[in-house]
Design a protein around this ligand. Structure first.
Ligand code: MCN
Ligand code: CUN
Length: 788
C-alpha cells in the first residue's frame, strides 16, 4: 500500500529514520546509570552460594567497619517494616531479603550501602553469612513426586511443589479423536531455560525526598505505571501512597521481557533510600543479571498430533511441566498462568485440541518470564511446528504440502480455534508460497536429494507460525486486577506542533518515531514535529507498558483514537473558520477543504492556532485529547520462515546457508523499523535454537552463569537474513496494524530445528532438543556412523 501522506508529513508506510538514533549513536542516551544525583550513595548485594540452605547467622560487624560503608540491610531490617516479602505479578510471594532460608543460588541475602560502588563491593565481601545446606530440588519431575521435600514451607498447609494446574480445550473429545486417528505422532520436547541478555543490565536510582515525602525511582522497567501501583500496594503501610511515588523509566538498553518483573534489588534500594534519606543507586553486574534475574522457558512438553493417512490433521494433545523456580514471578496476565500457550494449535484447522500445564517449584531463580515472546507463544509454536514436521516425515509427505493441506483458509477468518481464540485475519498459504518462491524451494529439494546420495547432509526447515499479541481485551486480560488497556494523550500547540504521551515504554523499538508517524497519519502534522514521551508516571497517562508486542496493537491504537478525537474538534473549528457546515468539509492529511471548492481550506496548523486564538464561542479552547484503548481482540500476526542448513560432518556444526522470513503484521507504520525488528528477532531466535542454555547441576549450581559459558550470537554466527512480507490488515485495529516485535523470535527456532532434523531424518533422527549444539550433532553423526 502506498503511503497516504507526503514524505514531509511521514505518516504510515514511510521508512522515516529513527528520531531517537542521533542521541543513541552519539552516546548521549540517558540510561539509569547516567543519572547522578547530589549526595547519591551506592548499593551492592550479598548473594547466596547455595541453592537451598537455612541461614543460621548474618554477621555485619566487619562489613560496617569497611571505610565508606554506611549500612547493611538484611531481611531482619526489612521485616521490621513488613517489607521482607513482596507479591509477584502472578499473586505469588517472593522474598525481598530472606529471614530464614535461601531458595536458589545467587539469591539476594543482604545489601550493603556505601559512599561509592567500590566500598559497597568491599562491604559485600566482608558480610559473614553462615548457612546450613538443605536438600536441593532442580528437576521438576522429581519435585512433583510424592514425598519430595516441600520447598515453600512459608506457605501454610502447602503439601507439595505444584504451583498450578491449568487446562484448555476438550479433554474427552480430543482423547477420542486421537484414539480413532489413522496416524498419531508423539514427541517429547524440552525447551530449556534461557535468559535475555540486554546490553544494559537492570538497576535503579531510588530517591526519597524527606522534605516532600516523595519517592522518585529511576528504573529499568518496561511497565512504569504498573510498578508504581505495585510499590504503592507493597509500601502503602509505611506512608508511600501512590501520589507520592514517581517512577521514571529513562532510556532503556533492551528489555526483551527481562525488565517486566519487580526484582528485590529495586525494593531494597527504595527501602535504603527511605531509611538513609539519600538517593541510592543499584546497578547489577552481568553475572548477577544472568544468574539471578527472572528466566524464560523451561518447559517440558509432551505432544501428540493425530491425522488421517492423507495428512489431514485431526487432534492435538499437549501436556507440559513448567519449571517456575522457587516462586511464580511470571509476568503473565492474571487469568493465564501458562500465558498464551493455548495458541498451540498454530496455523492449522484442528477440530480437537487439549492442553494442560502444571507449574512446579524448584530451587532455581524465578522463571516464567518471556524472552521476546508474547507469554509462552514460543513454546507453543515450537511444539506445533516440530510436530507438523515430524508428521510430514512420518507420512512421507513434503512438509510444505502438509502445511498447505491444513492451513486455516483465508475465507475462514475470523477463525475460532479449538482452544478458544478468535484469530482476526490471516492468509497463511500466501506467506508460505512467497517464502518458497523466494528461496527456490523445489530446486533446493532436488539439490538435497543429490547431496544425500553423495552422503552430504543438507536440511530444509519450515515454520509457518501464528502469533497472538496485543494483550488485551479487558474482559479477559488484567495484571493484578488492572485491565490491560493502554493510553495516549495528545496536545497540539498553538503553532501546530504536538506532544504525544503514551502508557508504554520503548526499550529500543523506536516508539519516538513510529508513534509520531501515527499522529502524523491521523492529523497531518509532520512526524518530525510530534514529540513522543513515555516512561514518566507523573506525566504519561496510565498504561500497562511495553511487552508482548502490545504497543502498536494497544497504545498505537490509542494514539490513532486520540488523534481522531482531535480531528473531530478540528473539523468544528474549521467549519467555524470557513463558515460552512461540518458536513461540507473533506479531510485529507493535514487540511480540511470545502466540498466542491478545494481552494477554500484550512490546514491543521491554521486550526491549531485558531484553537487558542479564535475558537468558536461556547467551545472550550485548546486542542487535545486522551484515549484509553480497550482492544476488542488480540492481533494475530503470522509468517512463514524457511531455513536451509548444511551440517559439517567433521565438527557437527550447523551452518545456516539461507534463511527467508516472510512476515505479516498487517498494515505497517515504518517498514524500516519493522525490518529491523525482524532482523534482530531472527538473531534472537537463532540464539536458543543453536547456542543458549542455562542448566543446573544436582546441587543447584548454575551452569552458564557467565558469558564464558552462556553463548550469545555475534555477527560471526549470524547469517544474512532475507526478509519479505505480505500484508493482511487486522480488521479491528484502527490502523489495521498487528504487533511484530516478537514474531521472528517465535518463528525462527522451529524453522532451524526442523532443518537440522530434516538433514538427519533418513538416518533415523526424529528430534534434537534445542539448543542444537555442535556437540549434540557430532554425537549423532558418530552414533549413526556418518561422521567424517
Ligand atoms: N511496528 C510498525 N508496524 C507494525 C507493527 C509494529 O511499524 N504493523 C513498529 C512499532 O511501531 C514499533 C516496533 O515496530 O516501533 C515494534 O512494535 P510492536 O510489535 O508493537 O512491539 P512493542 O513496541 O510493544 O515492543 C515490544 C517487543 C517485545 S515484547 C520485545 S520482548 C522486544 C521487541 O519488541 N524487545 C526489544 N523488540 C525489541 N527491540 C529492541 N531494540 N529492544 C528490545 O528490548
Ligand atoms: Cu515477551 S518478552 Mo517482551 O514481552 O517484553
Amino acid at each position: 500500500m502506498a503511503p497516504r501522506t507526503s514524505p514531509e508529513i511521514s505518516g504510515m508506510g514511510h521508512s522515516m529514520k529513527r528520531k531517537e538514533d542521533p542521541r543513541f549513536l552519539r552516546g548521549q542516551g540517558r540510561y539509569v546509570d547516567d543519572i547522578v544525583l547530589p549526595g547519591m550513595v551506592f548499593m551492592d548485594i550479598v548473594r547466596s552460594p547455595f541453592a537451598h540452605a537455612k541461614i543460621t547467622k548474618i554477621d555485619t560487624a566487619r562489613a560496617l567497619k569497611v571505610p565508606g560503608v554506611l549500612a547493611v540491610i538484611t531481611g531482619e531490617t526489612l521485616a521490621k517494616f513488613n517489607l521482607h516479602w513482596m507479591p509477584t505479578l502472578m499473586s505469588d510471594t517472593q522474598m525481598v531479603l530472606p529471614t530464614e532460608k535461601v531458595m536458589y543460588q545467587a539469591q539476594e541475602v543482604a545489601a550493603v550501602i556505601a559512599t561509592d560502588r567500590y566500598a559497597a563491593a568491599d562491604g559485600v565481601e566482608a558480610v559473614e553469612v553462615s548457612y546450613d545446606p538443605l536438600p536441593v530440588l532442580v528437576d521438576p519431575f522429581k519435585a512433583l513426586e510424592p514425598g519430595a521435600p516441600v520447598l515453600r514451607t512459608d506457605k501454610k498447609g502447602k503439601t507439595d511443589n505444584r504451583i498450578f494446574h491449568w487446562e484448555a480445550g476438550d479433554r474427552q473429545g480430543t482423547d477420542a479423536e486421537l484414539a480413532g486417528s489413522e496416524v498419531v505422532v508423539k514427541q517429547d520436547l524440552y525447551i530449556p531455560r534461557i535468559h535475555v541478555s540486554s546490553i544494559e543490565t537492570c538497576g535503579c536510582v531510588a530517591d526519597f525526598d524527606r522534605a516532600q515525602g516523595k519517592l522518585t525511582v529511576y528504573m529499568t522497567t518496561q511497565a512504569p505505571h504498573a510498578i508504581r501501583t505495585v510499590f504503592a500496594l507493597v509500601a502503602g503501610h509505611v506512608g508511600l501512597s501512590e501520589e507520592r511515588i514517581r517512577i521514571v523509566s529513562p532510556d532503556i538498553g533492551g528489555g526483551f521481557g527481562g525488565k517486566v518483573p519487580v526484582y528485590p534489588g529495586y525494593v531494597i534500594a527504595v527501602a535504603a533510600s527511605v531509611v538513609l534519606g539519600k538517593p541510592v543507586k543499584w546497578i547489577e553486574d552481568r553475572m548477577e543479571n544472568l544468574q539471578a534475574d527472572s528466566f524464560a522457558r523451561d518447559y517440558h512438553i509432551s505432544a501428540e498430533l493425530g491425522a488421517k493417512r492423507d495428512g489431514t490433521m485431526t487432534a492435538l494433545r499437549i501436556k507440559t511441566i513448567a519449571d517456575h523456580g522457587y516462586t511464580d514471578a511470571a509476568a503473565n496476565p492474571s487469568k493465564f498462568p501458562a500465558g498464551l500457550f493455548s495458541i498451540c494449535t498454530g496455523s492449522y484447522q484442528l477440530g480437537h485440541a487439549f492442553a494442560e500445564v502444571d507449574g512446579v517449584y524448584t530451587n532455581k531463580p524465578p522463571g516464567g518470564i518471556a524472552y521476546r515472546c508474547s507469554f509462552r507463544v514460543t513454546e507453543a509454536v515450537h511444539a506445533i511446528e516440530r510436530l507438523t514436521d515430524i508428521l510430514a516425515h512420518e507420512l512421507g509427505m513434503d512438509p510444505a504440502e502438509l502445511r498447505f493441506k491444513n492451513f486455516i483458509p483465508p475465507e475462514s477468518f475470523p477463525y475460532h480455534s479449538a482452544l478458544g481464540w478468535d484469530y482476526d485475519s490471516g492468509n497463511y498459504a500466501a506467506a508460505l508460497r512467497k517464502a518458497m518462491d523466494r528461496i527456490g524451494y523445489a530446486e533446493l529439494r532436488k539439490e538435497q536429494a543429490e547431496k544425500r546420495a553423495r552422503g552430504e547432509l543438507m536440511g530444509i526447515g519450515i515454520s509457518s507460525f501464528t502469533e497472538i499479541v496485543g494483550a488485551g481485551p479487558s474482559k479477559q486480560f488484567d495484571i493484578l486486577g488492572i485491565k490491560m488497556f493502554d493510553s495516549c494523550e495528545i496536545r497540539v500547540h498553538p503553532t501546530g506542533k504536538a506532544i504525544a504521551r503514551f502508557g508504554t515504554k520503548s526499550q529500543g523499538q523506536g516508539h519516538e518515531t513510529t508513534y509520531a508517524q501515527i499522529v502524523a497519519e491521523e492529523l497531518g502534522i509532520p512526524a518530525a514535529h510530534v514529540q513522543v514521551e513515555e516512561g514518566d508516571t507523573d506525566t504519561a497517562p496510565y498504561g500497562l507498558g511495553t511487552y508482548a508486542s502490545r504497543s502498536t496493537p494497544v497504545a498505537g491504537a490509542a494514539g490513532a483514537v486520540a488523534a481522531r478525537k482531535i480531528r473531530d474538534k478540528a473539523r468544528k473549528i474549521a467549519a467555524h473558520l470557513l463558515e460552512v457546515a461540518e458536513e461540507d468539509l473533506v479531510w485529507e492529511p493535514g487540511k480540511f477543504s470545502v466540498k466542491g471548492a478545494p481552494q477554500r481550506s484550512k490546514t491543521i496548523q491554521d486550526i491549531a492556532l485558531a484553537a487558542y486564538t479564535n475558537h468558536p464561542q461556547g467551545m472550550e479552547a485548546g486542542l487535545e485529547a486522551v484515549s484509553y484503548y480497550d482492544p476488542p481482540n488480540l492481533t494475530f500476526p503470522f509468517g512463514s520462515y524457511i531455513c536451509v542448513v548444511d551440517l559439517d560432518r567433521g565438527t557437527g556444526e550447523v551452518k545456516i546457508r539461507r534463511f527467508v522470513a516472510v512476515d505479516d503484521c498487517g498494515n505497517i507504520i515504518n517498514p524500516m523499523i519493522v525490518d529491523g525488528q525482524i532482523h534482530g528477532g531472527l538473531t534472537m531466535g537463532m540464539a536458543p535454537a543453536l547456542l543458549e542454555e542455562i542448566s543446573y547441576d544436582e546441587d543447584g549450581n548454575i551452569q552458564g552463569g557467565s558469558f564464558m559459558d552462556y553463548l550469545l550470537p555475534t555477527a560471526m554466527e549470524t547469517p544474512s537474513w532475507e526478509t519479505d512480507k505480505t500484508v493482511t490488515p487486522s480488521p479491528h485495529h484502527p490502523l489495521g496494524a498487528k504487533g511484530v516485535g516478537e514474531s521472528a523470535t517465535v518463528g525462527a527456532p522451529p524453522a532451524i530445528a526442523n532443518a537440522v532434523v530434516d538433514a538427519l531424518w533418513h538416518l533415523g533422527v526424529r528430534n534434537i532438543d534445542i539448543p542444537i549444539t555442535p556437540e549434540k550433532v557430532w554425537r549423532i553423526l558418530h552414533e549413526k556412523g556418518v561422521a567424517e
